[in-house]
Write a protein of this length. Structure first.
Length: 94
């Protein structure tokens, strides 16, 4: 069985975080599950968390916003689908 993963694509490098049953927080702080190098990202930008057999994403009151398929997220969790794109300023993850 394949473990779902969150992939961060940038102009300089790619990074990924496996989603193995626990929430994955993305932000500028290196202690989070996925560190964002984007200067416009917040220390705690967004979280991807399990919801039953699926995954969902929600913004963590970030300053410049988090976008799912170009729609701005709020703190209300939104279910994720395969190949969804999460955008933070110029960085994108899928």
């Amino acid at each position: 069985m394949r473990v779902p993963r969150l992939v961060l694509e940038t102009d300089d490098d790619d990074a990924e975080a496996p989603l193995a049953g626990a929430a994955c927080v993305a932000g500028r702080l290196a202690s989070w599950g996925l560190t964002l190098a984007e200067p416009q990202s917040s220390r705690k930008q967004f979280v991807v968390e399990p919801a039953g057999s699926r995954w969902q994403v929600r913004d963590l009151k970030s300053r410049n916003g988090t976008y799912l398929n170009e729609e701005r997220l709020t703190e209300t969790p939104i279910p994720l689908s395969h190949d969804d794109a999460i955008r933070v300023a110029r960085a994108a993850s899928s």
